[in-house]
Design a protein around this ligand. Structure first.
Ligand SMILES: NC(=O)c1ccc[n+]([C@@H]2O[C@H](COP(=O)([O-])OP(=O)(O)OC[C@H]3O[C@@H](n4cnc5c(N)ncnc54)[C@H](O)[C@@H]3O)[C@@H](O)[C@H]2O)c1
Ligand SMILES: [Zn+2]
Ligand SMILES: [Zn+2]
Length: 365
């Protein structure tokens, strides 16, 4: 079928083109898109900072309605509302353990543009094969996705509000709820109040953390952090030593948990210095350069743990419906992060994401 998609043919640039999308194969569904979020990782891919090849249809935070099902699809039917999430193979040890975020094939399935069978589903007018980011390519009015990577959601919830649950919000909330698992009364500091960071702040509040600190350099983002559950915020431009300020706000000891979601190399060290003894620091951002740290002083002495996670260490068929339920109960207001654009205005949406004007730009089809 003919689709309209935002295609990346060269580094840094997308253009809307008409392309040909194949039919869903066994274990796949065709989804008519309702909306797609734009995530920082779309830019990371567009700038070729990950192992990828163009041409590729970007986008990996799609929501829509199932229009056709391939052979052997049992859990989804035509008309189902779905959130499309990150791909995984389904049969490696991590997948079998229910840890698809650590799938053996995740790098290739996320960034190569190929589906799990080693083929692509889209061709351009000249017959050139076109990749689909995250086995999805949601910057298009239709896309094909593996059944196991599409999560069915309650049709009563407005789909366009849920895009970021596919990646950004799942990453931030999951880093807190799945990886850190704080107890009521614990403290959390979040570096970078973008879509990932603010979702982590919402999750910190949900989990009952008594102190939740947001760090950023953009005043409007700090204001939103406070609105979404932060008890304190720190403007990195106004404070000489962020970790000292975190210690001051946490009774002199440091936070129980810290999350790095800014991608700024210097903040990785600040994060490590902000956690209290035996605390846990979690890195989710793609840090933009090397980081120099004194491992003995930072890890051995204070007995702290340092972890990385992909997609919030989440098992999407279980975690995404939980987040949808929290959203319905008003406890996880991800719609507060959204700015909506018609799909045709994708260039403006991407520009607003780059400039920081929009936290979670969402394209509407
Ligand atoms: N691990 C994963 O699975 C995963 C998934 C999604 C996104 N990511 C990564 O997570 C990171 C965050 O994603 P996002 O979509 O929230 O990005 P974003 O660009 O919206 O957020 C980054 C935030 O950091 C702030 N910031 C920049 N410089 C700063 C500084 N010097 N001090 C304090 N704050 C500063 C920005 O103002 C912004 O609010 C990105 O690196 C993204 O690629 C990782
Ligand atoms: Zn796997
Ligand atoms: Zn993403």
């Amino acid at each position: 079928m003919k689709i309209k998609a935002a295609l990346a043919r060269e580094k840094g640039k997308v253009t809307i083109e008409e392309l040909e999308l194949g039919a869903p194969r066994a274990g796949e569904v065709l989804v008519k898109m309702v909306a797609s979020g734009i995530c920082h990782t779309d830019f990371t891919t567009l700038n070729l900072e990950v192992p990828t090849t163009l041409p590729m249809v970007l986008g990996h935070e799609g929501v829509g309605v199932v229009e056709q099902v391939g052979e052997g699809v049992h859990s989804l039917a035509v008309g189902d509302h779905v959130i499309m999430t990150f791909p995984s193979c389904g049969h490696c040890e991590s997948c079998l353990r229910g840890h698809p975020y650590a799938c053996d094939d995740s790098t290739a399935l996320f960034f190569s543009g190929f589906y799990a069978d080693g083929e692509k589903r889209i061709t351009d007018a000249e017959g050139t094969k076109v990749g689909s980011l995250f086995g999805q390519g949601s910057f298009a009015d239709h896309c094909i996705i593996a059944e196991r990577n599409a999560v069915k959601v309650d049709p009563e919830v407005e789909l366009k509000s849920l895009c970021s649950l596919a990646c950004g919000a799942q990453t931030g909330a999951g880093a807190v709820l799945n990886k850190m698992a704080p107890k009521p009364g614990d403290s959390l500091v979040v570096f970078g109040c973008g879509a990932v960071g603010i979702s982590a702040i919402m999750a910190g509040k949900l989990a009952g953390c008594s102190t939740v600190i947001g760090v950023d350099i953009v005043p409007s983002r700090l204001e939103l952090a406070l609105e979404c559950g932060a008890t304190n915020v720190i403007n990195g431009k106004e404070v000489a030593d962020i970790s000292e300020e975190v210690k001051r706000l946490t009774g002199g000891k440091g936070a129980s948990f810290a999350l790095e979601a800014s991608g700024v190399p210097a903040l990785v060290k600040q994060m490590l210095q902000s956690v209290k003894k035996e605390g846990l620091a979690v890195l989710v951002s793609f840090v933009s350069g090397p980081v120099e740290i004194d491992t003995t002083m930072l890890f051995v002495g204070p007995c702290i743990s340092f972890a990385g996670t992909v997609e919030g260490a989440s098992n999407p068929p279980i975690f995404i419906p939980q987040l949808v339920q929290f959203f319905k109960e008003g406890k996880f207001p991800v719609d507060k992060l959204a700015t909506y654009y018609p799909f045709e205005d994708i260039h403006k949406a991407m520009e607003d994401a780059r400039s920081g004007k929009a936290i979670k730009p969402i394209l509407l089809f």
